[in-house]
Design a protein around this ligand. Sequence first.
Ligand code: SF4
Ligand code: SF4
Length: 716
Amino acid sequence: MEVSFAKEIEKLKLGDGETFEGEGILAVTKALLQSGVSYIGGYQGAPVSHLIDVMVQAAPQMAELGVHVEPCTNEASAAAMLGASIMYPVRGAVTWKSIVGTNVAADALSNLASPGVMGGTLIVVGEDFGEGSSVIQERTHAFAMKSTLCLMDPRPNLTSIVNAVETSFELSEASNTPVMMELRIRACHVQGSFQAKDNVAADISMTQLLAEPAPHVYEQLAHPPATFGHERKKSGERMQAARDFIRDRGLNELFEGRMHKDVGLIVQGGLYNALMRALEELGLADAAGNCDLPIMALNVVYPLVPDEITAFVEGKRAVMVLEEGQPEFIENEIGTILRRAGCDVTLAGKDIMPLAGEYSAPVLLEGVGAFLRRHLPSLGNVLGEQDYDAEVQGLKEQAARLLGAPVPPRPPGFCTGCPERPFFSALKLTEREIGKVHYSADIGCHAFATFAPFNFGNSILGYGMSLASNASVASFQKKPPLAVMGDGGFWHNGLLSGVASRLLNGGDGVLVIMKNGYTSATGTQEVISSPDPALKLKAAEKSATHGETTIEDALKGVGVKWQRTVHTYGVAKMRDTLLEAFRSPFKGLKVIVAEGECQLERQRRIKPIRAKALAAGERVARDRFGIDEDTCTGDHSCIRLSGCPTLTVKPASDPLKTDPVAHVTNGCVGCGLCGEVAHAATLCPSFWKATIISNPTWWDRAKARFSATLARGTVA
Ligand code: SF4
Ligand code: SF4
């Protein structure tokens, strides 16, 4: 990983009374150290990658505190790490992206929740739900309920988040229950400050070693018949202990409201800021958070504390529950609590609010406005939704006027010079020869090929699951199906769930592994087959990934009989290798390792080296591609086969050409794909390549003079 987190690491060193300033997820990281954790693990993914990335780079500081940090190979191994706290009084935390990561971790989490924990355990999940999300829309809440885990959902401000982290460990220890904490994208990136405390070194840690292992206690194993007893304890004494702790420590917050005491709002803590923004627009709150209505903010959304709910509704005619996503778990539970207690209060929620989707401030404004108009009709005239709607509409019109013309929709795509793009150009050329094939897509940068101009993919079933997802397709298709996964997905679980399973069952198929050297889509974290950093520096000016060949070794080790490694920028060679795989008489798994280092990562390491060389007056050469406007026919096949953002169009300067011509902008990193595609697809010869030389030698100058003389002579 090349991005430096040096500034963030400095903030982790702050002590008592100093002020921490920064974003939410870094505040969580600091709070973990203030809580005396012995170990931290996790698997990266938005919006919580920052936590584990920073911890990995802060290894020296962690070693000083005796904290063991482990970037895990997947979420299951992260969850299993928490097993340390079952029999030892050590605090530990792990992190991942939810819901997908929670699904992967499910087995270990269930088996952790069953015996429960002695040391406090915290699972920080990035609740990737809503408009900015990159995964399926499901909620962690369901998992917490079914495995009887506590679920924190703190108000999105740094002090509340830090308090939630610290009290989560106490809650976990008081109830012997693992605690999850869901942080939405906005909470992870919220900016703010809090008063820091000293970091705490744990009593048992990397530097404070135990002489003996824990005793064998059969009842603490997630193994029947012990699990039957666990079931009773989980829902009985452990949940009761959790509820007592939540109530006694006041984890949920009550905001009395300045008036209108006969109605109330119960909100997930994580939605509190958006609710206050909506109430401000309705004229019922100010920017400082002072509100006219009584609000109960649930910083712990599971379990609920019945006494707290009944106390809040006392004296109220109507209460609205604001709960993002479906189904309405919290609302249903509150309904049960109120019914059992015989409370006579109108309960509103998903009957007014949308069942699914993000509860942004405009959505809350509409829903809460509707609730208030129904239950506080006297407010009807002062609610400011119309003003808000007019304001938003005015801003949209102003933006449209400034732009002059509508912005064309543009799908997300590969970075400029990405090594994965040439593979998909080659696949397009392959399809010209053999027609369409069933394509199982996966999670990772290569999923950009599902968008234009490639439009590949028949299904996406999960991270590293592409090969497994076409196991049965092979049985009813004439052509072998194709699966594409990244090296991140391969090591996450593709090797076992895909490759080993296909070999066990003897099915046909073609698997392409994009070996770009990192889990690029989550921030270029390293995988086991990442290029060796020392080797990378030596090979700085080479475009290939010069890492360990562990993917190939692993494939050979499990028994793959047909495998090829091809550099992605060799489009013609890749096309021929794909054709060979699809036409092969060998009926079994055929694997192509598509090699090419992530361009983002490559540029990160090459740019400083290039800048240093330039400053030292050394010769530096870089390639640029361009298009000869006179030769370009304007059919744009090159764009349809590439999709590079720097390969675009511009109006032709020749008045006889009515169509725009292709054009390469200054963003070109000279990856060479344009030339390769033009050659492999026998396109028009309009591409040219120039080498830009800084600090040229006498030989470079002599060659340039000679070429210029030759060109002048040719022209004359
Ligand atoms: S991050 Fe790397 S692998 Fe992903 S699109 Fe960009 S260059 Fe390609
Ligand atoms: S050579 Fe072509 S594909 Fe590569 S960065 Fe330049 S314009 Fe994009």
